[in-house]
Design a protein around this ligand. Structure first.
Ligand code: 13P
Ligand code: ZN
Length: 293
């Protein structure tokens, strides 16, 4: 059952759990994500970045995910989502392919420019029944933030967040509260009070990027304070690469399936661990039939 992310996340917000949004790059990660969600009967978001669209072919990977979900998991709520679309152009391309859900990430632009493009995205997307995630504040990539970091500079301002949602009409909001993409040696404590403030002021579901390596206690605490979705990319990459490396070094395999088969299993295990942590297990029931054509 293909749905948009708004449908999944509004329900998660109401019921106080979070949905995992897992990045795929190929057949193996897609299959692992869908099997994990099926085994735990959890709603799931499978997402594809702009870079992955260029790598795999946006159309090819979108229809791979869609066909696998519809054929093998017809009653599992699955959203297919464009992650970190950086321009109106790429968002339009994704929507034309059929994505029921997109992110426009204008977080690096000044507020007015972020709003201007996000509004255009919302107008284009909503006319086609597609839901839109925006980002305010900036979730940095750890490779960019070496040395002394003033994390406050990246964080979402709660009052500005309210204005942003009103000015743009977005359906879900990605926030920055000390989170950062990649795996960190050191990172700040999450700004829990800031999250509670945003959550009390903003009505749309909140999304957290860049928290793949957070300790379990932090994850549970931000769900309690209003996070309805976690993006997971780095944890998948590490599981995949670790298993492939092991297969090459320990077993000297040469058949591609012998190398990526264990990687698929390792990703499935990691995705299941995350889904349990997000309290999504058993939450697949109660969704209306497909909204995507
Ligand atoms: P991680 O790097 O923490 O996995 O973040 C993933 C993400 O935000 C994808 O958009
Ligand atoms: Zn992200």
């Amino acid at each position: 059952m293909i749905l948009d992310t708004k449908t999944l996340l509004v329900k998660a917000k109401e019921e106080g759990y979070a949905v995992g949004a897992f990045n795929t790059v190929n057949l193996e990660t897609t299959k692992a994500i869908l099997n994990a969600a099926e085994e735990l009967r959890a709603p799931v978001i499978v997402q594809i970045t702009e870079k992955t669209m260029d790598y795999a072919g946006g159309r090819a990977l979108y229809f791979l995910v869609r066909n696998m979900a519809e054929f093998y998991h017809p009653d599992l709520p699955v959203a297919i989502h464009l992650d970190h679309g950086k321009s109106l152009d790429v968002v339009e391309r994704a929507i034309e392919i059929g994505f029921p859900s997109v992110m426009y990430d204008g977080s690096r632009h000044p507020y007015v420019d972020n709003v201007r493009v996000a509004r255009q995205v919302v107008e284009f997307a909503h006319a086609k029944g597609v839901s839109v995630q925006g980002e305010l504040g900036n979730v940095p990539y750890l490779s960019e933030v070496r040395g002394e970091v003033d994390w406050d500079e990246y964080m979402t301002d709660p009052d500005e967040a309210v204005r942003f949602v009103g000015d743009t009409g977005i359906d879900t909001l990605a926030v920055a509260i000390g989170n950062a993409h990649g795996f960190a040696m050191e990172r700040p404590e999450p700004d829990y009070d800031r999250l509670s403030k945003i959550s009390s002021l903003v009505s749309v579901p909140l999304v957290l990027h860049g928290a793949s390596d957070w300790e379990d206690g932090k994850v549970t605490e931000v769900i309690r304070r209003g996070i309805s979705c976690f993006n997971v990319d780095t944890a998948i990459k590490l599981a995949f690469i670790g298993a492939v490396t092991h297969a090459v070094e320990e077993n000297g395999k040469t058949d591609i399936r012998d190398l990526v088969g264990p990687a698929m299993e390792a990703v499935q295990t990691e995705v299941m661990r995350k889904i349990r942590l997000f309290e999504g297990e058993g939450k697949a029931e109660g969704f209306a039939s497909s909204v995507a054509s």
